[in-house]
Design a protein around this ligand. Structure first.
Ligand code: SF4
Ligand code: SF4
Ligand code: SF4
Length: 289
């Protein structure tokens, strides 16, 4: 379990605690105002700034020993902020974690507050110029986004019932998109995204600059050597370069230190050779997210 589970998990995982999805909590922490400010300026604040980081400006400074450590500390403090006066346009208190399909389905089936909507992914729009509806939002956030027409898919049903939301997340996951669950702001949960690396701002900051915008999942992949046929199909599915086909061994090897535990590689395996196991099973990964 991560630090968020300790603080907001009520003895379990933070994203499995029903309280964190409740309208009462949203009202108590004034989430509506935060979300309105955050989403009004989404492209400007998140995508341009995040994607504007390059290896020659802030990215370079982040690599410096002392300045880099200070910048990292300050950025993580914002992301992990639980203070009352969080600044939504700096993404204070906006944090996510990778989850496997099974848990995304439980959230959408039982925990997510209604209404549930599916809107355009702005990360993909800003990066690739394509509008793909694959962000599932719920509760108070749905009402905020519904008032911003640029996020709403045209000519298609965007309000989903629970079964439809589950079917959609399954479809995205099978395409190879990584399911992530989000606090906006901590500890209110109102989104499950289907992300790709590096288009996703959160995953990019994590992978390119080592900032903990997104935690790895609670699991890691394991390959059953007796079942693996060394076909290599799973290798192309992993967005994080975790799997390596070793022809001499006639099997695939998992680099558990790099694995995000998303589980999408499982969809590629016709031989049912991959499963997810709790990261806690590996002493070296305990508490490392
Ligand atoms: S978090 Fe993921 S799905 Fe959501 S907008 Fe970004 S890339 Fe798209
Ligand atoms: S897809 Fe399955 S059988 Fe093929 S290499 Fe990966 S684990 Fe092995
Ligand atoms: S190897 Fe790990 S990170 Fe890669 S797809 Fe499988 S579960 Fe996800």
């Amino acid at each position: 379990m991560c630090d968020w589970c300790m603080k907001h998990g009520a003895g379990g995982k933070w994203y499995m605690n029903a309280k964190n999805y409740s309208n009462e909590l949203a009202e108590a922490i004034n989430a509506r105002e935060y979300l309105q400010e955050q989403w009004k300026a989404f492209e400007m604040v998140y995508i341009r700034r995040i994607m504007g980081i390059t290896s020659i400006d802030l990215g370079y400074k982040l690599q410096l020993p002392i300045i880099g450590r200070l910048l990292r500390w300050s950025a993580e403090r914002m992301i992990h902020s639980e203070g009352k006066h969080r600044n939504p346009v700096r993404a204070d208190g906006h944090f996510g974690q990778v989850i496997p399909l099974e848990e995304a389905k439980i959230i959408l089936g039982n925990l997510a507050a209604e209404p549930i909507i599916e809107n355009y992914c702005m990360c993909r729009w800003m990066q690739r110029g394509i509008k793909e509806a694959c962000c599932i939002n719920f509760g108070l956030l749905s009402g905020v986004i519904e008032k911003l027409p640029r996020f709403i898919p045209k000519d298609t049903k965007y309000r989903l019932d629970r079964d439809e939301a589950i079917a959609h997340i399954e479809e995205h996951n099978k395409k190879g998109y990584v399911a992530t669950v989000w606090f906006q702001p901590v500890p209110y949960i109102n989104a499950i995204c289907s992300c790709e690396n590096p288009e996703c701002g959160g995953l990019r900051l994590r992978n390119d600059f080592g900032l903990h915008t997104v935690y790895k999942g609670e699991y890691v992949a394991e390959v059953d050597p007796d079942r693996c046929q060394a076909c290599g199909m799973c290798v192309t599915k992993c967005q994080f370069g975790v799997l390596r086909l070793v022809q001499s061994l006639k099997r695939v090897i998992v680099d558990i230190n790099k694995c995000f535990g998303c589980g999408v590689c499982r969809h590629a395996c016709k031989y049912d050779a991959i499963r997810l196991v709790p990261r806690e099973n590996y002493p070296a990964l305990r508490g490392v997210y």
